[in-house]
Write a protein that binds this ligand. Structure first.
Ligand code: C5P
Length: 241
C-alpha cells in the first residue's frame, strides 16, 4: 500500500556531484521532504558516507544503483544495501529471474542476520530513455514497450521483488495487472507548467498519484528551482489536489 502520509510518497532525486551539495539541498528541504534518491552520480562521487549523512538528518534513502550482474554479485550488493539501512534499492529486471531472486533473498537474509529492516527491492523494467525502435533494433525485443514492461514486472513479482519503476504511461496497466500491493515508483513527474527537460513520458504529480504510483521521484523541478522548498511544497499540494 502507498504510505498514508503524502510526504512519505515524494522522493527527491539528489542528482548532484558532491556530499556538500547533497547536504545543502537536504537542508533547504528540511521538514518538507523525508525521502531522497541517491543514484550512480552522487554515490560514485561520495560513497556510503552520503547515504549516512542523509539518514543522519532523519530522512530515508532510496539507493538507485540499478544492480545488474551475476546472481551471486547482486545478492552481495543487496546485502550491503540492507546493511546501509536504505528503505529501497533496485535491480535491472533484464538481469533475469535468478538474479532478481538473489537480490530479494540477499536483502531479506541480511535484514534478519543484521537485525535491520528489510529494504524494498524494486525492478527497473524498460528504461524510459528506450522507445519501441531501440527495444527492437538494439535489444532484439519485438514486443511493445508496455508489453515488455508488463512481462518484466511479472518476472520481478515471481522472483519475490516488491515492485517496479514505471513511467507515468505504464502506471495504470501495471496497477491492473499486478494488484494494489505492487509498489510503483514513478519518475518523469513534472508539475503543471514546468520544463520537461530530457524526460519524454511525463505526468503531473496529481496524475501520477491518481494513476496509482506509490512513490513519485522528482528531481530538477525541485532541485533546480530557485526556491527548492517552495517547489517541493507546490508538488505536495498538487499531489493532494
Ligand atoms: O530531474 P528529474 O525529475 O528528471 O529526475 C528523475 C530521476 O529519476 C533521475 O534521477 C533519473 O535518473 C531517475 N529515473 C528516470 N527514469 C527512469 C528511472 C530513473 O528518470 N526510468
Amino acid at each position: 500500500m502507498a504510505p498514508p502520509d503524502l510526504r512519505d510518497r515524494l522522493i527527491v532525486a539528489l542528482d548532484v556531484d558532491s556530499l556538500a551539495e547533497a547536504e545543502r539541498l537536504a537542508e533547504r528541504l528540511d521538514g518538507l521532504v523525508r525521502r531522497f534518491k541517491i543514484g550512480s552520480q552522487l554515490f560514485t562521487a561520495g560513497g556510503p558516507a552520503v547515504v549516512e549523512a542523509i539518514q543522519k538528518r532523519g530522512a530515508e534513502v532510496f539507493l538507485d544503483l540499478k544492480f545488474h550482474d551475476i546472481p551471486n554479485t547482486v545478492a552481495g550488493a543487496a546485502r550491503e544495501a540492507a546493511r546501509l539501512g536504505v528503505f529501497m534499492f533496485n535491480v535491472h529486471a533484464s538481469g533475469g529471474l535468478a538474479m532478481m531472486k538473489a537480490a530479494a533473498e540477499g536483502a531479506a537474509a541480511a535484514a534478519v542476520e543484521l537485525s535491520v529492516r528489510r529494504p524494498l527491492a524494486i525492478a527497473v523494467t524498460v528504461l524510459t530513455s528506450l522507445d519501441r525502435g531501440a527495444l527492437s533494433r538494439e535489444l532484439g525485443v519485438s514486443s511493445s514497450v508496455e508489453g515488455h514492461v508488463l512481462h518484466l514486472a511479472g518476472m520481478a513479482a515471481a522472483a519475490g521483488l516488491d515492485g517496479c519503476v514505471a513511467s507515468p504511461n505504464e502506471i495504470a496497466a501495471l496497477r491492473t495487472n499486478r494488484g494494489p500491493a505492487w509498489v510503483i515508483v514513478t519518475p518523469g513527474v513534472r508539475p503543471a507548467g514546468s520544463a520537461a527537460g530530457d524526460q519524454t513520458r511525463i505526468a503531473t504529480p496529481r496524475a501520477a498519484a491518481r494513476a496509482g504510483a506509490h512513490y513519485l521521484v522528482v528531481g530538477r523541478p525541485i532541485t533546480a528551482a530557485p526556491d527548492p522548498a517552495a517547489a517541493a511544497a507546490a508538488v505536495l499540494r498538487e499531489m493532494a489536489s
